[in-house]
Write a protein that binds this ligand. Structure first.
Ligand code: FAD
Ligand code: NAD
Length: 471
C-alpha cells in the first residue's frame, strides 16, 4: 500500500468476519484493504476450525460406518485400514481450495490483500509488519477490527500441540492416540473427541458442569446426545473439575476431583485436548495507542452499530460480543458494511443457529427449555422421534428427536432443538420459521416431501399444536 493513499476502509483480520466485510465493501465500490497475518485468508474457520474439523468428522464417520455398520446393509467388506496421512491430505485439499477461493474473490472485488500483522499507530493509521519482511503503513477513513479469538489455555498445562493440544493440534495428530482426555465437554470437545474415538482412541471427556454441549444446548437434548455418544464408546466424567496435570512422563497424568470437592483421582492419557472455550484475540494490536479498552473477558466494547468509542473504528466477529460462530461473524460483517454505507443494518441474534457436527448431529435455534423455565415463560412442547420417520428407517439411522417449544397461548415458535441425522441442514427451516415469527401450526400445515427426514420436523410441529400422525 502506498503511504499517501487513504482507503475508505481498512480491515484488520482476514477471517470470516474480515473477509466477508472486505468483499461486501469491494462490491459497494469502496476502496478497501484487508490485513491478515497468517499467510492465508479465512481465519480460524477455514484454516484450523470449521472446515478441517468437518473434513475429519465426515471421513472418520465414513470409516467408522464401514468398520461397524455395513453387514446389516448387505455390504460385505474385506480388510479395512486407516490411512491417517491420506485422511489429513483430504482435509488439507479442502482447506487450500477454499482459502485460495477467497483470494480469488478479493481480486474479483478489488480488495487489496496485505499479508502481515497490523497494529494501530494512531486512530487512522495501521502499521503493518509484512509476512515477507519489511514494514508498511496503511491509512483508513474507517477501520474494522476483526482479529478473532484463540483457545483459552488451561492454567498449569503448557500447550505443545503434540501431547497437550488445542483444536489446532487435534486436527493434525500424526497418529491415533491410544488414550485421549478431553478437558471440556463443549462443541470442540465433542466434535474432536468423536473424530479420534471413531478412529480408535479411547476418549474420556471431563466436564465441569452437570451436562455436555456447552452453553445453549437444551437439557433433554444434551442428555440424549450423551447417551448416544456413550453408545459409540466415548466416556464422560461430568461434574468433575481438572485440578492440574503432569506432562513429564511419556504419557500425561491429569488430576481431577468432583466439582463440589471430594476425592482426587488421576487419569492418564497419551494426549490431552484442552477445549474449555475460546477468548477474544487482540494481542499486539496496539489498542493502547488509541485508548481502546476491552471488557473483563477481553471483548472489544461496541454499540449496536458495531462502533467502538472511536466512531470510525468498528469491530465484528469473535473478538467482540455474541456467540463465537462463523455464520454470526458473517451476518455482522454484512450489517456493519451496511451501517457504514447506508446508516442502517440488522442482525437478529435471537435466530442464530448452533450446530454440533457429531453423528447424529445436534442443532438448535432460539430458546431452550431451561431458559424458558428460568424466564417464567408459559410454553408448550411437542417432539417426534426419528425412529418413527420412514426415511430414517430406510437409512438405518434412526437415533434422535426433533423438539419444538412454542408460546402456550399464541403458538409462536420460541425454540427448536434437534438431535438426529442431518440436523444441521434441517435447522435452516427452523431459523426461517423463527425469522418469520411462525407458529408451530404454520410449520405443521406446510407440505414436506415424502419420504424425507424433514417430515420428522413437520410432525414435531404437529405434535406441538395438535397431534403427530405417525407416533
Ligand atoms: P477468526 O476466524 O479467528 O479470524 C481472525 C483473523 O485475524 C485470523 O486469521 C488472525 O490471524 C487474524 N489476525 C489477528 N490479529 C491480527 C493482526 N494484528 N493483524 C493481522 N491479522 C490478524 N463456527 C461455526 O460457525 N461452525 C463450525 O463448524 C465451527 N467449527 C469450529 C471448529 C474449531 C476447531 C474452532 C476452533 C472454531 C470453530 N468455529 C465454528 C468458530 C469459527 O471458527 C469462528 O467463529 C470464526 O472463525 C470467527 O471469525 P472471525 O473472523 O471473527 O475470527
Ligand atoms: P464451549 O464454550 O462450547 O465449551 C467449553 C466447555 O468446557 C463447557 O461445557 C464448560 O463448562 C467446560 N469447561 C470450562 N472450564 C472447564 C474446566 N476447567 N474443566 C472442565 N470443563 C470445563 O467451548 P469450546 O468447545 O472450546 O468451543 C469454543 C468456541 O468455538 C465455541 O464458542 C463454539 O461455538 C465454537 N465452535 C463452534 C463449532 C460449531 O459451530 N460446530 C465447532 C467448534 C467450535
Amino acid at each position: 500500500a502506498s503511504e499517501a493513499e487513504e482507503k475508505d476502509l481498512v480491515i484488520i483480520g482476514g477471517g470470516v468476519a474480515g473477509y466477508v466485510a472486505a468483499i461486501k465493501a469491494g462490491q459497494a465500490g469502496l476502496k478497501v484493504a484487508c490485513i491478515e497475518k497468517r499467510g492465508s485468508l479465512g481465519g480460524t474457520c477455514l484454516n484450523v476450525g470449521c472446515i478441517p474439523s468437518k473434513s475429519l468428522l465426515n471421513n472418520s464417520h465414513l470409516y467408522h460406518t464401514i468398520l461397524h455398520d455395513t453387514k446389516a446393509r448387505g455390504i460385505e467388506v474385506g480388510d479395512v485400514t486407516l490411512n491417517l496421512g491420506a485422511m489429513m491430505k483430504a482435509k488439507e485439499t479442502s482447506v487450500s481450495g477454499l482459502t485460495k477461493g477467497i483470494e480469488f474473490l478479493f481480486k474479483k472485488n478489488n480488495v487489496e490483500y496485505i499479508k502481515g500483522t497490523g497494529a494501530f499507530k494512531d486512530e487512522h493509521t495501521v502499521a503493518v509488519n509484512l509476512v515477507e519482511g519489511g514494514e508498511t503503513e496503511v491509512r483508513g477513513k474507517n477501520i474494522f477490527i476483526a482479529t478473532g479469538s484463540e483457545a483459552t489455555p488451561f492454567p498449569g498445562l503448557t500447550i505443545d500441540e503434540e501431547k497437550v493440544i488445542t483444536s489446532t493440534g487435534a486436527i493434525a495428530l500424526k497418529e491415533v492416540p491410544k488414550k485421549m482426555i478431553v478437558i471440556g465437554g463443549g462443541i470442540i470437545g465433542l466434535e474432536m473427541g468423536s473424530v479420534w474415538s471413531r478412529l480408535g482412541a479411547e476418549v474420556t471427556v471431563v466436564e465441569y458442569l452437570g451436562q455436555i454441549g456447552g452453553p445453549g444446548m437444551d437439557n433433554e437434548i444434551a442428555k440424549l446426545t450423551q447417551k448416544l455418544l456413550t453408545k459409540q464408546g466415548m466416556k464422560f466424567k461430568l461434574n468433575t473439575k481438572v485440578m492440574g496435570g503432569d506432562v513429564s512422563t511419556s504419557s500425561v497424568a491429569i488430576n481431577v476431583e468432583a466439582a463440589k470437592g471430594g476425592k482426587e483421582e488421576s487419569l492418564d492419557a497419551d494426549v490431552v485436548l484442552v477445549a474449555i472455550g475460546r477468548r477474544p484475540y487482540t494481542a499486539g494490536l496496539g489498542l493502547e495507542n488509541i485508548g481502546l479498552e476491552t471488557d473483563e473477558r477481553g471483548r472489544l466494547i461496541i454499540d449496536q452499530e458495531f462502533r467502538t468509542k472511536i466512531p470510525h473504528i468498528r469491530s465484528i466477529g469473535d473478538v467482540t460480543f455474541g456467540p463465537m460462530l462463523a455464520h454470526k461473524a458473517e451476518e455482522e460483517a454484512v450489517a456493519a458494511i451496511e451501517y457504514l454505507i447506508k446508516g442502517y443494518g440488522h442482525v437478529n441474534y435471537g435466530a442464530i443457529p448452533s450446530v454440533m457436527y457429531t453423528h447424529p448431529e445436534v442443532a438448535w435455534v432460539g430458546q431452550n427449555e431451561q431458559e424458558l423455565k428460568a424466564a417464567d415463560v408459559k410454553y408448550k412442547t411437542g417432539s417426534f422421534p426419528f425412529s418413527a420417520n420412514s426415511r430414517a428407517k430406510t437409512n438405518l439411522d434412526t437415533e434422535g428427536i426433533v423438539k419444538f417449544l412454542a408460546d402456550a397461548k399464541t403458538d409462536r415458535i420460541l425454540g427448536i432443538h434437534i438431535v438426529g441425522p442431518n440436523a444441521g441442514e434441517m435447522i435452516a427451516e427452523g431459523v426461517l420459521a423463527l425469522e418469520y415469527g411462525a407458529s408451530s401450526e404454520d410449520v405443521a400445515r406446510t407440505s414436506h416431501a415424502h419420504p424425507t427426514l424433514s417430515e420428522a420436523f413437520k410432525e414435531a410441529a404437529m405434535a406441538t399444536y395438535d397431534k403427530a400422525i405417525h407416533y
